[in-house]
Design a protein around this ligand. Sequence first.
Ligand code: 9Z3
Length: 322
Amino acid sequence: MDSAALHEEIDSFFESAPPLKDSSKVTDKLKQFIEFNSPSSGEGRGRRVVCVTSGGTTVPLEQRCVRYIDNFSSGNRGAASTEYFIKAGYAVIFLYRRGTCQPYCRSLPEDPLLECFEIADDVDIQVRQPHSEAVKGAIRDHHAAVTGGLLLKLPFTTIFEYLQMLRIIALSMRSLGPHAMFYLAAAVSDFYVPWKSMAEHKIQSASGPLDMRLMQVPKMLLVLRTEWTPMAFCISFKLETDSKILLEKASTALKKYKMHSVVANELLTRKEEVIVVTSGGNILVHRDRTRTGSDVEDPLVELLVDRHSTYIKTTSTGSLSK
Ligand code: 9Z3
């Protein structure tokens, strides 16, 4: 597809998408967060800022949505990576699917409110002993990240919300130059029903089998990379279930969308290992199997932070073309 056709598709996607609720609130929050962490801020923080996307996008089938198509992602990768980026000194914009895994909550049980707390003497609420350390740690670390201006959480549900928010974030991060990074772990729908051709009301089963044509979601990675934030360090993810096609698809994405790296992962082994595909070769990253509770995001984020440092150095000395 040529560039004019891609731009036309992207414009038509945004023009026909239902307008984002609270978009001016989102823009204001981002402005404050980025100013606070920006190298030129009077407060002199000068932190790098990463946008971590997490969880799957939904595709509504009805405008008053009763049914939708979903993309698999628990949000664990994004939540864990956010914690490691903050530990490495980054400020994180966490663009996540409502209801998916949250930073600092990974070690809590599935229903933390009911499982971690109990009523004492019929009056006070207290933490149940086995969960006491995990709850304290989660509250302490989350509070420190949010009040310290290191974590901004922005939720989405649909593909329309996700892409509109990603664009607002990217445009806001532009001023950070090479200090900005994108870590696109969200599982993004490939197909969607355009808002204008979508049924308004619940589709009726009495009308017989459902025959529906889905359009392709325009690929925004190249415009993100080359137009929205041309100096940012960009990492995308490639998920496949068939290992035979994974690396080829990842290296195609690397070239086609001009990514700095593509993290290739297979659904079944994604928690054990990933392969970071770069123009200089592929790097296998796996979790430290000698440690219980270790995760693959720890060495993965360490590697990417390191490469981001090199990128910043080389772009500031002008020896790397964007
Ligand atoms: C990933 O590959 C993520 O690593 C996972 C993480 C979704 C597998 P979990 O959230 O899993 O920890 O359960 N994300 C896929 C990203 C994606 O959809 N990429 C698009 C593509 O492959 C390009 S942006 O076409």
